[in-house]
Write a protein that binds this ligand. Structure first.
Ligand SMILES: Nc1ncnc2c1ncn2[C@@H]1O[C@H](COP(=O)(O)OP(=O)(O)OP(=O)(O)O)[C@@H](O)[C@H]1O
Length: 233
């Protein structure tokens, strides 16, 4: 499933005026490719992700997900699209206090009735192991560190094999080795499953996993020197 953003402008209320967070952004993420978004703090990276996730409606522009014009959908239809087709990893994962790590990851698959119970449990365990939490599957959020909670968010987003994967700073709370493993996993899933993936990161050292690197500066796309894949943005 592909994602296309056409001429996206997003402003926020800022005192008396408006602050322009995104300013005419065009972005095309074909199925089976991973686009990394880099740029200074406040350049609009998280805003771009929120627009792509259809969580925030831009002032101007179009968001097309798998050929569907999301602007034409109702709020309920957008929620359904997110739940069924998207995996979204926020910097702060919203975990349920009463569920164990394993149960958090299983939850979405259970809601959607994806597969048999034993298969769901097995897949959730595998994903927790991939993010390095195999031994902590029984813990509840308050018994885990911030980084461990973020890793649950990553495992949870991958559970329903999303067609569109939107990931905000996945490695900020991970050590080097674990961060590399998570990025490798995202790259592999993207290619094997034809996922369209956007990865917001500060971590330029690990951008080899990306098919394309897009730099945002003051809410605009700037061509990144040295990236062979900048054409078309
Ligand atoms: N809800 C909001 N209301 C008003 N201004 C906002 C809001 N969210 C973000 N902004 C502003 O919009 C601009 C873009 O913010 P955004 O969070 O998209 O940047 P970012 O590149 O993700 O930053 P960081 O790397 O620090 O996470 C910033 O100037 C920010 O202060």
């Amino acid at each position: 499933m592909s994602l296309t953003l056409h001429d996206i402008t997003l402003t926020y209320a800022d005192g008396e005026g408006r602050l322009t967070a995104l300013d005419g952004v065009d972005l095309d993420v074909p199925a089976g490719t991973l686009t990394a978004i880099v740029g200074p703090s406040g350049s609009g990276k998280s805003s771009l992700l929120a627009v792509a996730a259809t969580l925030v409606t831009p002032d101007r522009g179009r968001v097309v997900v798998g050929g569907t014009e999301t602007g034409a959908l109702s709020a309920a239809e957008r929620a359904e699209l997110r739940r069924r087709r998207m995996g979204i990893v926020f910097q702060q994962p919203n975990l349920l206090a009463s569920l164990t790590a394993l149960e958090q990851v299983e939850l979405m698959a259970r809601i959607d009735g994806h597969g048999r119970s034993a298969e769901i449990r097995e897949r959730a365990r595998e994903l927790l192991a991939t993010v390095g939490l195999a031994d902590l599957a029984h813990r509840r959020p308050h018994q885990l560190s911030g980084g461990q909670r973020q890793r649950i968010g990553i495992a949870r987003a991958l559970m329903n094999t999303p067609a569109l994967l939107l990931v905000d700073e996945p490695t900020s709370a991970l050590d080097h080795e674990r961060g590399a493993a998570v990025l490798d996993l995202l790259g592999r899933l993207t290619r094997e499953r034809g996922t369209a993936t956007i990865l917001v990161t500060h971590d330029r050292a690990r951008l080899t996993v990306a098919d394309r690197v897009v730099e945002l500066v003051d809410g605009r796309v700037r061509a990144t020197p040295g990236s062979p894949s900048q054409c078309g943005t």
